[in-house]
Design a protein around this ligand. Structure first.
Ligand code: C5P
Length: 321
């Protein structure tokens, strides 16, 4: 992978990185592996809704200091478990550096919402610290570090639309024509990704199909979906949307069904739970259609709020230094 992350040689005093949220237009989930993960056919799609992470050099010995602003800021852990802090620590460790850095997250991606917001901040912190410390780490190495941080972190670096195999970290960029218009309806309260995967396994056991990777075939990407993306055809894409975690998310949060129905009634071409939820994603015909669906969802009272946006957009990139 040779795409630049925007980093240039030489350290900087302050670096700001913008990073997109994702929706999974296909999330095919295989059986539970012995390492606790599931093999996926995961078609990631980066959207314009995103976070910004600003990195500033800290005083020697000050360590990693994390702050956050935004509507969900109170829900963001500001300790060493935060993926942005883990990313700074990992990059510093690999280069034998002291991670003396202040990281400020301007958070717009819903927290625990199924849009990979925490993963996005991890990817953004990797790119920001790389530029701050003047490391010029090649994209392939950043992707490998990102995969150590979490299954969705590499895609936040790459952006665009990509197929994720393995646990989602083995990426192949996909061809897309034009832009697609989306609406995201956020819910009060997040869903835990491991809990949703566990519920998926439980539902499979209950249905008698078994849940291990010897019971469930490894999923493949949908040819119809890939063609719809390449053709820039929202109607065909809407018909091919699929999320194997949706039944599990609805089982844990039955109220999401009303939100999906409200968006469909408002004229969305397609509706699905985003990743492990609880954010619901709606595909619209065009920008005007997306604005209408967002307004109808807000009026329906079935979500906390709804926002229209567009994609695909690029992955984590320096916007100011
Ligand atoms: O990779 P990440 O840390 O984001 O994964 C969080 C959790 O989600 C994992 O511990 C696992 O329970 C679940 N997961 C999974 N299969 C995947 C990705 C995540 O079961 N492919």
């Amino acid at each position: 992978m040779s795409r630049s992350t925007g980093a240039v040689a030489g350290p900087a005093a302050t670096v700001t990185v913008r990073v997109p949220a994702k929706v999974n237009v296909q999330l095919g989930v295989g059986g539970l592996r012995t390492d606790g993960f599931h093999d996926l056919a995961n078609v990631f799609f980066a959207v314009a809704l995103g976070d910004e992470v600003r990195a500033e050099a800290g005083a020697p010995g000050s360590g990693i200091v994390l702050t956050c602003e935004g509507p969900d800021a109170a829900l963001v852990p500001l300790d060493a478990t935060n993926l942005a802090a883990r990313a700074a620590q990992l990059l510093a460790d690999r280069h034998g550096l002291a991670p003396d850095v202040r990281l400020h997250i301007a958070k717009d991606i819903p927290v625990a919402g199924g849009m990979a917001g925490g993963s996005a901040d991890g990817a953004a912190a990797l790119v920001a610290c790389d530029a701050l410390w003047g490391l010029g780490t090649p994209m392939a190495d950043l992707l490998a570090l990102a995969a150590e941080l979490g299954s969705d972190v590499p895609f936040a670096l790459l952006g665009g639309v990509a197929l994720g195999r393995g646990r989602g970290e083995l990426l192949t960029p996909l061809e897309v024509s034009g832009s697609f218009h989306w609406v995201f309806a956020t819910a009060d309260g997040g869903l835990s990704t491991p809990a949703v995967f566990r519920e998926c396994d439980r539902l499979r056991e209950e249905a008698g199909t078994g849940s291990s990777d010897t019971d469930v075939p490894t999923p493949d990407p949908s040819a119809v979906l890939l063609a719809a993306l390449a053709d820039g055809d929202p109607v065909a894409l809407a018909g091919a949307l699929g999320n194997d975690l949706q039944a599990a998310a609805l089982s844990l949060r039955p109220a999401l069904a009303a939100c999906l129905a409200a968006g469909t009634e408002a004229g969305a071409l397609g509706a699905l739970v985003s990743g492990s939820g609880p954010t619901c994603a709606f595909l619209a015909k065009d920008e005007q259609g997306a604005q209408a669906v967002a307004a109808a969802l807000i009026a329906s009272g079935t979500c906390r709020t709804a926002r229209a946006t567009v994609g695909p957009v690029p992955g984590a990139a320096v916007v100011d230094r």
